[in-house]
Design a protein around this ligand. Structure first.
Ligand code: SF4
Ligand code: SF4
Length: 145
């Protein structure tokens, strides 16, 4: 009997301490927590320093990234590399490998985590309008999707 009372007292004490604790969850979306600095949220692609090397495509395990490039001949006979990068973000697993592989810091992750879309096509991003030529581009930072 004394043992049962002891267990009941311990249970009551535990319940009391749990009730006094601040909840680990918040009333989302009214309240929002700031993700940690290295959180891998929305992927950001900045074409301004991208040299179309293709390392991100080679290393992406989700087959998300396609680097489209070709050598074109200028009027003066010299050749230049032109192209763009395409993303199919519905296949992304947010592993971070693309950002790790990119030597130009062209791919980074933001802290944005509300990425839901109603249409699958919204996860496709083609940067061909952004005119990457020899790694130079005057487009502003681009966010994917
Ligand atoms: S984003 Fe980075 S890794 Fe990918 S093609 Fe551009 S420079 Fe290379
Ligand atoms: S985070 Fe991973 S899966 Fe997503 S694009 Fe980068 S390498 Fe591919």
């Amino acid at each position: 009997m004394a043992r049962k009372l002891g267990i009941a007292a311990m249970a009551m004490e535990l319940m009391g301490s749990l009730l006094k604790r601040k909840p680990a969850t918040v009333m989302y979306p009214v309240e929002r927590l700031t993700p940690p600095e290295r959180f891998r949220g929305r992927l950001r692609y900045d074409p301004s320093d991208c040299n179309l090397c293709g390392l991100c495509q080679r290393d992406c395990p989700g087959d998300v990234i396609k680097v489209v490039r070709e050598r074109v001949e200028r009027e003066d006979g010299s050749r230049e590399l032109v192209g763009h990068v395409e993303f199919e973000m519905d296949r992304c697993i947010f592993c971070g490998q693309c950002a790790y592989s990119c030597n130009q810091d062209s791919i980074t992750f933001t802290q944005e985590f509300e990425l839901a879309q109603v249409e699958r096509s919204m996860f496709s991003r083609d940067t061909s309008g952004e005119n990457i030529e020899d790694g130079e581009c005057d487009a502003d930072e681009d966010v994917v999707p």
